[in-house]
Each structure stands twice: as structure tokens, then as C-alpha cells.
Design a protein around this ligand. Structure first.
Ligand SMILES: Cc1cc2nc3c(=O)[nH]c(=O)nc-3n(C[C@H](O)[C@H](O)[C@H](O)COP(=O)(O)OP(=O)(O)OC[C@H]3O[C@@H](n4cnc5c(N)ncnc54)[C@H](O)[C@@H]3O)c2cc1C
Length: 361
């Protein structure tokens, strides 16, 4: 009997497969794709931590700052830890690594059902028109934002935000974030440098209108789209585990999920190495990066409310820009948020005086 059936050959599935195969377990990955990594929906913006895990060879850009644009002004933050990865090559590299460690990969194959009975998981997989039953000790759901495994285990479906991205022929050096509730509700729009191109993307209600405004004078090279899940952490149930977007390891603040994909795989492999089985996984996940995910949901709710008051929080953030640059972290946005809150008693009156000084009727 197979030790692990891994559902999905995205970053989370391939990464955890490589770790488990390296530990000597038999691992089979299934994915409906023809070609791993394609289609790509991701912007590939990560912190140095991810580069340290996946390798420098995947880096295609290094923006040095991020500017937040709002109807009431902008704020520029500096960072030396932002990297843009070639996401297609990332998926391929991790899938190759998993196979070189001994995992097998079945492409054009998808999971359609599973049931757990007396320590065995029986999964139905479909390849073309043929359906096969596979018995394994464990199943890992790494099947992304609309995970079937998550649904079959009975966890609530995350809210999904549809995104649109246009790659345009423009070289840029900085990340731009656009927050404008007059056009775009729920989330934000972004511009991310990708070597000779720039990815312009938007997620939430009004995406098409927003992206049309941002890309109106640009030469569009290709159009893409994807979904960002915003839901709570779900480690799994019984002998079935969830990793990456399927486990809700995507930050509600930024939509970034690559780091969460890798840390959840790492937590699962650590639990198995330590305990001999995966019962500790949930605890490890919730004690570790899962905490940041939970915080990101709270921050998202606060931001949704506070974004109506751009006029106040942009001057407040400007008053704290040095501190935010020091604590700011793409993987842990709560650090900058908590810094801003902690300094609010001092910066709030200063921001009010800035507003009064700059007010022109
Ligand atoms: C527009 C957009 C921009 C983003 N930008 C960033 C960013 O800049 N930085 C960042 O860190 N994150 C970003 N993300 C998030 C990031 O892409 C995800 O967190 C990451 O892809 C999660 O990896 P995963 O392996 O869990 O899931 P996925 O990458 O979605 O992989 C899931 C795999 O499962 C397969 N699958 C699905 N159903 C089945 C099934 N029934 N059977 C078998 N296989 C199945 C799919 O074919 C797929 O290959 C972005 C997401 C979107 C939508």
C-alpha cells in the first residue's frame, strides 16, 4: 500500500512530496495538468525566506520599494527583501525535485472522491475516461484554492476573490499597490515588475474597470486570471491532511501564499518525522505560521473598515514610515500593522495636525 497520495503538483504538493519521499515514504502525486506550472496565475512576489528555500536561480526581479496609492495620497516603503520568482519554473523545479527524491507524478489525473476506513484512505482517481481506486495510509490535499479534498473533509469553503492580470511591456523597479474603493471593492490592484514586463493585476469587485484604467496606455502581452482564497486554517481530518491554499495558508491581507505553501509542507513532514504519524500537524501549523494567517483575517476586516479613511491613515503611516520599513515583512504583514497601532497614540494627533496644515478649502 502507498504511504502518501498527494493531490496536486503545485508548490505545496511537490514540496511536501519531496520532503516525504526523502524521508523514505512511498509518495504518488496526481494532477490534472498536462504541463506542470501552466497555466500560471501567480505574481511570484516573495520575501527572501522563500528564495532561501527554493533557490536564487528562480529570481527574475528585485523591486526595492513598494508604493501604496490611495485617492488621498501615497506612501512609499523600502525593502531589500522583496523578490519576484518565475512561478512556472518554480512549480517545475519543485515537481522535478519531488521525483528525484523518489515520488511518482501522474499528470492528466485528478482525484474525484475519497473515503477513510480503518486507517486506510481509499481514493478514486480519474485519468481520461478510466477511474481507478488507490489505497494509501494518508492523503494530502494540495489541490489549491478550490480544494476538493477540503470540501470532502467537510471544512467550510473559503471565500474566493477572482483576479485579473495583464502582463504589459513595461520595465519597472517598484511594486505599486492601488487602493481605491470608488472603483475596486474587497481587495486591491497591483503592479509587479517581471524583468522586461510588468504584471498589472486586480482582485475584487470592479477588477476589470480598475485594470483597464491602469493598463490603458500599455502594450498588453498576455492576459491571465486566478482566484485568491480567503478562509480559515484547516489542517485536515483523520488520515487526510491539507497543505498550501487548500489548508487556507494564504494571507487574507495580501493574497500571498507561497511561503504558507512551503511552511505547511514543512510542518507536516516535521510532525511525521517527530511523532511517526501526523497527529501533531494541526498543533504545529496553528502554533506556527497559522497564527499569522489568523491575524491576517482580523487585519483584513480592520482594513476593509479603515480603508474608507485613507485620508487619516496615510498621514499616520507617513509619520511611522521609518519604523514600518524596519519591521515590515511580506510574510508577516501583522508586524507593520501592530507597529502602527502601538504608535497610534502619538502619531494620530500628529497626523491630524498634518491634515489641518495641508487642508485647502
Ligand atoms: C492572482 C494571484 C496572484 C498571486 N500572487 C502571489 C504572490 O505574488 N506571492 C505569493 O506568495 N502568492 C501569490 N499568490 C498565491 C499563490 O499563487 C498560492 O498561494 C500558491 O499557488 C498555492 O500553492 P498550492 O500548491 O497550495 O496550490 P496551487 O498552486 O493552486 O496548486 C494546486 C494544484 O492542484 C491541482 N489540482 C486541483 N484539483 C485537483 C484534483 N481534484 N486532483 C488533482 N490535482 C488537483 C491543480 O491542477 C494545481 O496544479 C497569488 C495568487 C493569485 C490567484
Amino acid at each position: 500500500m502507498l504511504d502518501f497520495l498527494v493531490v496536486g503538483a503545485g508548490p505545496s504538493g511537490s514540496y511536501v512530496s519531496a520532503l516525504l519521499a526523502h524521508m523514505g515514504f512511498s509518495v504518488m502525486i496526481v494532477d490534472p495538468k498536462d504541463e506542470i506550472g501552466i497555466p500560471n496565475h501567480c505574481s511570484g512576489l516573495v520575501d527572501r525566506r522563500v528564495v532561501d528555500i527554493v533557490g536564487e536561480d528562480l529570481v527574475i526581479d528585485r523591486p526595492s520599494s513598494a508604493t501604496v496609492f490611495t485617492p488621498s495620497g501615497s506612501l512609499t516603503l523600502k525593502s531589500e527583501r522583496m523578490y519576484v520568482l518565475d512561478r512556472i519554473s518554480l512549480d517545475r523545479k519543485l515537481a522535478e525535485k519531488a521525483q528525484s527524491e523518489g515520488a511518482t507524478l501522474q499528470k492528466r489525473t485528478k482525484l474525484i472522491a475519497l473515503k477513510q476506513e480503518r486507517g486506510v484512505v481509499v481514493s478514486q482517481i480519474k485519468k481520461g475516461s478510466s477511474i481507478e481506486s488507490i489505497e494509501s495510509r494518508y492523503v494530502i490535499g494540495a489541490d489549491g484554492p478550490t480544494s476538493l479534498v477540503r470540501r470532502l473533509l467537510g471544512f467550510p469553503r473559503p471565500k474566493v476573490l477572482r483576479s485579473i492580470q495583464y502582463d504589459v511591456r513595461k520595465k519597472s523597479h517598484s511594486v505599486a499597490i492601488h487602493l481605491d474603493r470608488r472603483v475596486l471593492k474587497d481587495f486591491f490592484a497591483w503592479e509587479i515588475p517581471h524583468d522586461e514586463e510588468t504584471e498589472i493585476g486586480a482582485s475584487g469587485q470592479g477588477s476589470l474597470e480598475m485594470i483597464s484604467l491602469l493598463a490603458q496606455n500599455e502594450e498588453i502581452v498576455r492576459k491571465r486570471g486566478g482566484v485568491i482564497p480567503v478562509g480559515d486554517v484547516a489542517p485536515g481530518l483523520g488520515n487526510c491532511f491539507l497543505v498550501g491554499d487548500a489548508a487556507g495558508m494564504n494571507k487574507a491581507t495580501t493574497g500571498g501564499g507561497l511561503y504558507g505553501s512551503l511552511v505547511s509542507g514543512n510542518a507536516l513532514a516535521t510532525a511525521i518525522a517527530k511523532e511517526g504519524d501526523a497527529r501533531e500537524y494541526g498543533k504545529l501549523l496553528l502554533k506556527g505560521f497559522g497564527r499569522e494567517i489568523k491575524r491576517s483575517i482580523i487585519i483584513r476586516n480592520v482594513l476593509d473598515f479603515a480603508e474608507k479613511y485613507y485620508g487619516l491613515w496615510i498621514p499616520m503611516a507617513r509619520r511611522n514610515v521609518r519604523g514600518i520599513n524596519m519591521v515590515g515583512d511580506v510574510d508577516y504583514p501583522s508586524k507593520a500593522f501592530l507597529y502602527l497601532i502601538a504608535n497610534a497614540p502619538l502619531s494620530f494627533p500628529l497626523a491630524l495636525s498634518d491634515i489641518v496644515k495641508n487642508f485647502s478649502p
